[in-house]
Design a protein around this ligand. Structure first.
Ligand SMILES: [Fe+2]
Length: 351
């Protein structure tokens, strides 16, 4: 049976903007499952997942993130509410609509489904046009939510970048140092095999490593000569000032940034600051930024000395391997993939 011909207005959702939405259909009746699948495909949905039991539905939810779930409320001996509970657990930070399909619209059924977290109902046998319109409306709501989430994330990241730039402004008005440190730290994380979420956090957290310099006086920060012992003591406080600026936040990027601000001057051999941590007691993020920050500082002019060449900086990394720097991070820095990123940075900054 061609469902499109049944619904008459079957093309109403064709060419619609939600064609790539993932819809999970859960029903223990093979014919009902097939009907819904054909209906959705005819309506233009290209990614329809099917499950005939709670166990199969939960497996689907573990491996995919649907945009909407159509859930039969009477799955034989299974409790359909378990599908919703599993969805809310595995995708806790998402709003994923669940439309319950049932022939039994008794108040108790509705109450149970709503209490479990259902968004809406469709009464079997349902009006196909109404069903498709409801699905479209829920997908529209979800898309709007995702757009707002992305905008919020971008606003957060932009605020962080501006904070990093503010801290760096007295050293480098172009803000290039913080951008390079972010990109190179991410690249080293990639060589180390970190997952995409950690790489994202690293890229946006690393530029905040020196945010505590906001609290260091110009007379120390911009002194065009080597610092005295007392001045070094003041300069070193930027690690703890940075950690205080960034502490107490639940946002993972800022939590990582706090760790980096506090630990990027620790040394592998234990004679760094502020805590004198040694080896792997130093958080990985701090060990990564220690190498990247040192390389970038060496290869760019400072008020008290001109820039070293790339070769001279690499020689220093070799010399300081297992002394100042974690050997694993130095090796990741010397990986050809990191060098490609470096060459890209050079080309970009030259243009
Ligand atoms: Fe620093």
């Amino acid at each position: 049976m061609r469902v499109g011909s049944v619904i008459g207005g079957g093309r109403m959702l064709k060419s619609q903007r939600y064609h790539d939405s993932i819809i999970l259909v859960v029903d223990d009746e093979p014919s009902a499952l097939e009907f819904l699948s054909v209906l959705l495909r005819e309506a233009g949905f290209e990614q329809v997942l099917m499950a005939c039991s709670v166990a199969e539905a939960t497996r689907r939810l573990d491996s995919a993130r649907p945009d909407l779930v159509l859930l039969d409320w009477h799955l034989g001996a299974d409790d359909s509410a378990n599908v919703i509970r599993h969805l809310r657990m595995t995708h806790a930070d998402e709003i994923i609509p669940v439309i319950v399909l049932t022939a039994d619209m008794a108040p108790a059924v509705k109450h149970n489904a709503l209490a479990a977290g259902a968004s809406d109902f469709l009464n079997k046998p349902f009006d196909i046009t109404e069903a498709l319109l409801r699905i479209r409306n829920y997908l529209e709501m979800r898309r709007l939510y995702q757009t707002r989430e992305r905008e919020l994330e971008l606003a957060r990241l932009e605020t962080l970048e501006r904070l990093a730039r503010a801290a760096e402004y007295r050293d480098d008005t172009t803000g290039q140092h913080i951008i390079r440190v972010g990109r190179l730290s991410e690249q080293i994380g990639r060589v180390l095999g970190l997952d995409e979420e950690r790489l994202f956090e690293l890229r946006h957290a690393a530029p905040l490593h020196d945010v505590g310099k906001i609290g260091v006086p110009d007379a120390v920060l911009r002194k065009p000569a080597p610092l005295t012992r007392e001045e070094w003591e003041v300069m070193r406080q930027h690690t703890e000032i940075g950690a205080r600026i960034l502490e107490g936040c639940a946002y993972p990027v800022i939590q990582m940034a706090r760790t980096i601000a506090l630990t990027h001057h620790e040394r592998w051999d234990g004679i760094g600051y502020p805590q004198g941590l040694r080896g792997e007691d130093i958080p990985l993020w701090g060990r990564i930024v220690a190498v990247v920050d040192a390389y970038d500082a060496m290869t760019n002019d400072r008020p008290y000395r001109p820039a070293l060449s790339h070769e001279q900086a690499i020689e220093t990394l070799h010399t300081e391997r297992e002394k100042q720097f974690d050997p694993m991070i130095v090796d990741a820095f010397l990986d050809p993939a990191t060098f490609s990123t470096l060459r890209g940075e050079t080309t970009e900054s030259d243009t």
